[in-house]
Write a protein that binds this ligand. Structure first.
Ligand code: PLP
Length: 420
């Protein structure tokens, strides 16, 4: 039998496949329950604008035809709506596709990209798949350290990836620090500014990358219709860059990488400003609901400007993830991002957020109940263990107050069996 691993290109064998959020259908099959909610993939809980559905239906009669590979109408609309020059646009099958196109044009063996610790997982994926090296800069407070990034640039560096805001941390870089970075970075180093969640950000000193591309020829801004526009299932995104870079990317792009449905949907989605604003409003409200709940529960979280919140449980988060699954709530474990104690939760509809909060309380108190009954080893680690061994106060201030206030009190004397 041929060892196909040996035949694979360098870099490919060390990749792990991208782990998407657990599909609802899969959990339904596993648990035999219905009414599952998924807050795991940073999708828009409102779905797309209603005008999108109508527009897609209109495409059905044209399915035998190839789409417009040049995306002429969409580029025209982007110009009208956002002032983007068509020659600067490269469309992609989601912005993932565009990120890969940039990498294919500029990376290869002997070259490197620089990313931040905890940054979006696709950057390492596209880098390594091309046999290029990856340099990871330690994060500061889970955010990107642009000074250290600048200092790490070498002759081999071709791309610096900056997710603004980043997934899964929700952290962002300010206009001032971005401009200082762009002013100092060598012109031959491409800066990919990934603005997948830009529409959600209302911070006054959040930089709009689209306004900077004209001033910095080495800046490539990526945007997507998957998040605030609610079109994740259709797969459409784009980049804005110097026309020469767009030209290169368009050379490696599959001629029909964006399908006709997606093009038609994106076109009308851009026009429905009311739906976009409603999506942002629902997200802001939901973010407040979730952060308030975390505050009440004494849970730490990373302040986020995206459509998700990353919560710190101070101990291995997998048991909590598993218990949430049993409650029919799918969130995202992020151990793969070097954050095994955190879970990422997408902001949902008001009722979904409440369901998550109730399930979280249940999951936390369930852990205590299980721990008290001696059944679950992992529940005995961290705060629960302290609670059981008499450090109840610490546990109460460290994230389990609601769990313990549900009528569950620590046993009066220490039972060795329960120490696991
Ligand atoms: C930071 C970031 N960039 C890019 C993407 C890619 O999104 P898409 O390919 O759906 O446009 C995502 C998706 O989650 C993301 O979180």
């Amino acid at each position: 039998m041929v060892d196909f691993l040996k035949l694979a290109q360098p870099g490919i064998t060390e990749l792990s496949p991208y782990q998407p959020g657990k599909p609802v259908e899969e959990l339904e099959r596993e648990l035999g329950i219905a009414d599952i909610i998924k807050l795991a993939s940073n999708e828009n809980p409102l779905g797309p604008s209603p005008v999108v559905t109508a527009s897609i239906s209109g495409q059905l009669a044209e399915l035998a035809r190839y789409p417009d590979g040049s995306a002429y109408q969409l580029k025209d609309k982007l110009q009208a709506k956002l002032g983007i020059v068509p020659a600067m646009v490269t469309v992609g099958n989601g912005s993932n596709d565009v990120l890969e196109l940039v990498a294919r044009v500029f990376l290869g063996p002997g070259l490197e990209s620089i990313v931040s610790e905890h940054s979006f997982v696709v950057y390492p994926l596209v880098t390594k798949s091309l046999g290029a090296e990856l340099t990871v800069i330690p994060a500061i407070d889970f955010g990107q350290d642009l000074k250290a990034t600048l200092a790490a640039i070498s002759d081999r560096t071709r791309i610096v990836f900056i997710a603004n805001p980043n997934n899964p941390t929700g952290t962002w870089v300010s206009k001032q620090s971005l401009l200082s970075f762009l002013d100092a970075v060598p012109e031959e180093v491409l800066v990919v500014l990934d603005e997948a969640y830009a529409e959600y950000v209302a911070e006054p000193d959040y930089p709009n990358g689209l306004e900077l591309v004209g001033d910095y020829p080495n800046l490539i801004v990526t945007r997507t219709f998957s998040k605030a526009y609610g079109l994740a299932g259709l797969r459409i995104g784009y980049s804005v860059s110097h026309p020469d870079i767009a030209d290169l990317m368009n050379r490696v792009r599959q001629p029909f990488n964006v399908n006709a449905m997606s093009l038609a949907a994106a076109l009308v989605a851009l026009d429905d400003e009311a739906h976009l604003q409603e999506s942002i409003r629902v997200n802001n409200e939901g973010m407040k609901t979730l952060t308030d709940a975390c505050d009440q529960l004494g849970l730490d979280y990373i302040p986020s400007v995206g459509n998700f919140l990353t919560i710190d449980f101070g101990r291995d988060a997998m048991p909590i993830y598993e218990r949430l699954l049993r409650e029919g709530v799918i969130v995202r474990p992020i151990g793969v991002y070097g954050m095994p104690n955190h879970l990422r939760v997408t902001i949902g509809l008001p009722e979904e957020n409440m369901r998550f909060i109730d399930s979280l309380k249940e999951a936390l108190s369930g852990g205590v109940k299980e721990a008290l009954s001696g059944g679950v080893k992992e529940a005995l680690s961290g705060g629960v263990k302290e609670a059981l061994s008499g450090g109840v106060k610490e546990a109460l201030s460290g994230g389990l107050p609601k769990a313990l206030s549900g009528g569950v009190t620590p046993p009066p004397s220490k039972d060795p069996k329960q120490d696991g």
